[in-house]
Design a protein around this ligand. Structure first.
Ligand SMILES: Cc1cc2nc3c(=O)[nH]c(=O)nc-3n(C[C@H](O)[C@H](O)[C@H](O)COP(=O)(O)O)c2cc1C
Length: 188
């Protein structure tokens, strides 16, 4: 038994959250702190976080639905209404934003990798505290309208919207291809 690998393997995406339980701000601060311990080249710490609670989730839902409606594929009203309500399914949403720095030797790709690692730290820290998380995105989440919603700079990119709460009911087991099938070993 290894608590780290066990936590990694037992973390699951949880979409059904208990509407009556809200994570404490202390716990949200803890998971964001954990996120910021991600490795990052040149110590650029290329991330920032926006926490949405209460009515801010409603504003996000409206922005997501509008962004979806403005997208290339026309969406029926029911789909837009569903998108509008989606952020209300979790008591807290943490937007993880990749905020790359510029400078000698700093590579955009490495900055986004580091921001992704921050997101995974956040998910795992939440899991360790008994919190449920779901990463929820979709093409419209990366639109100009959502960039404006979060006040993102031209170099920034949304890594993910992480929905945080407590699971409502049992969580289904996960599934992965055995890593051995995707691994080769080189000795020379
Ligand atoms: C960048 C990213 C975006 C994701 N966006 C969505 C999403 O929009 N909707 C969704 O249901 N799941 C989304 N997921 C979650 C995956 O569906 C989920 O991780 C996958 O099904 C594996 O399940 P697990 O997290 O329980 O292991 C996203 C995951 C990542 C890493």
């Amino acid at each position: 038994m290894n608590p780290v690998t066990d936590a990694i393997a037992s973390r699951r995406t949880v979409k059904k959250m208990d509407p009556d339980r809200t994570p404490s701000r202390a716990d949200i601060r803890t998971i964001i702190e954990a996120a910021s311990w991600a490795p990052n080249h040149h110590m650029t710490e290329p991330w920032r976080f926006i926490v949405l609670e209460k009515e801010a989730r409603r504003r996000l839902g409206e922005a997501l639905a509008a962004a979806m409606n403005a997208g290339p594929i026309p969406q029926p009203q029911e789909r837009l209404a569903k998108e509008r309500d989606k952020p209300l399914s979790a008591p807290v949403i943490v937007a993880v934003i990749g905020s790359p720095k510029r400078g000698e030797g700093i590579l955009p790709q490495e900055e986004m990798v580091a921001a992704g690692a921050a997101m995974q730290n956040l998910l795992l820290a939440a899991h360790s505290l008994g919190l449920a998380t779901a990463v929820r995105t979709g093409a419209h989440s990366y639109s100009e309208a959502i960039r404006r919603f979060f006040g993102m700079g031209p170099d920034e990119a949304l890594v993910a919207l992480v929905y945080v709460g407590y699971a409502n009911g049992a969580v289904a087991p996960g599934k992965r291809t055995a890593a051995a099938e995707k691994t080769i070993w080189l000795e020379r």
